[in-house]
Design a protein around this ligand. Structure first.
Ligand code: SER
Length: 316
């Protein structure tokens, strides 16, 4: 992995992954792309190109022009947005993915794309969800993610494309807000705790989902991409997680720093039913065994860091 093209580079993962990869592999070695430009170091501090991932020819030309050896495909719609616009989600999530895989096949590139806990459904075992298990998701996002996992495996077995990926849980970060996901409450709660000392959660009390702090997610991507391919038994869709939590667990962790923080609930039925169809806690032993995944942040360590960094960001 020496020269990398990233799609969706201004998104929640991309905006931090781009900077981390530039730091590690060199400023000019990471070509960031997104459907729009923005006032962001991703655009101003290194190579950046506007790219619509549904345009195969544009993706091919850009990738060839920059002579990259790796493509990291992040451009996608998250779960709640996909549920509001299923046809568009299919076109973007699946169209973008198959284009990126085709480019990787044609140009012989290494490939990364994230799957998600959304790839599981109500009939999946909820606790310690195994790596290989029932996957019958009931959301468009989940249908896209399972199809994507299968497609990545297919490109590896059929064409030898070095595809790799993880199933991310809800990702929490202070840099870029997610937008349109079911786990977004776990980011919003920190902003609101600092600004107003209270938060009204759209996810109900007692609803557990997996979560992870962004530095652990970035580290996981780099570690998996650098792992010896011969040692990988699974290639795509490794379960990774660091935290299994419900809204009240975030409130308790925040109250250690902001004692008068108050959590209330105003449940959104769409996102609540998505959350209920997902696991409570997935098992990441396989990722630990095959490539040494080891997250650093539990909920308390993450909360301390998140509040400190957000305070600086918001000038509080
Ligand atoms: N955070 C994502 C979502 O809620 C899960 O992959 O859509």
């Amino acid at each position: 992995m020496k020269k990398i093209l990233i799609t969706g580079a201004l998104g929640q993962i991309g905006s931090e992954l781009t900077m981390a990869l530039r730091e590690k592999y060199g400023q000019n070695q990471v070509i960031a792309t997104d459907i729009r430009e923005a006032d962001s170091p991703v655009v101003t501090e290194g190579p950046f190109e506007v790219l619509d991932v549904t345009d195969y020819n544009a993706m091919y030309e850009l990738t060839e022009k920059h002579e990259v050896d790796t493509i990291m495909h992040l451009a996608a719609l998250l779960s709640a947005k996909a549920e509001n616009n299923p046809k568009f989600a299919w076109d973007l999530n699946m169209g973008g993915l198959v284009n990126a895989l085709e480019v990787a096949r044609e140009l012989n590139l290494k490939f990364f794309t994230p799957s998600s806990i959304g790839a599981f459904g109500p009939t999946t075992p909820k606790i310690k969800t195994p790596q290989d298990t029932v996957q019958r998701p009931t959301t468009m996002y989940g249908v896209n993610k399972v199809s994507g996992e299968l497609l990545c495996d297919y490109y590896y077995y059929r064409f030898g494309v070095d595809t790799r990926g993880v199933r991310f849980p809800g990702l929490i970060s202070y840099v870029t807000e997610p937008g349109g996901g079911t786990t977004d409450y776990a980011v919003e709660i920190y902003y609101e705790a600092l600004k107003n000392k209270k938060y009204s959660s759209f996810i109900a009390e007692g609803t557990y989902m997996d979560m992870m702090y962004m530095p652990d997610a970035i580290q996981a991507i780099i570690q998996l991409m650098e792992a010896d391919g011969d040692k990988l038994e699974h290639r795509n869709a490794f379960n990774v997680t660091a935290i299994s939590a419900a809204p009240e667990d975030f409130a308790k962790a925040i109250q250690k720093h902001i004692p008068d923080f108050e959590l209330t609930y105003e449940v959104d039925p769409v996102r609540q039913s998505i959350a209920e169809s997902w696991p409570d806690s997935i098992d990441s032993d396989c990722a630990k065994r095959e490539w040494g995944f080891e997250p650093e942040y539990d909920i308390d360590k993450m909360t301390a860091n998140m509040l400190e960094k957000l305070r600086e960001k918001l000038g509080l």
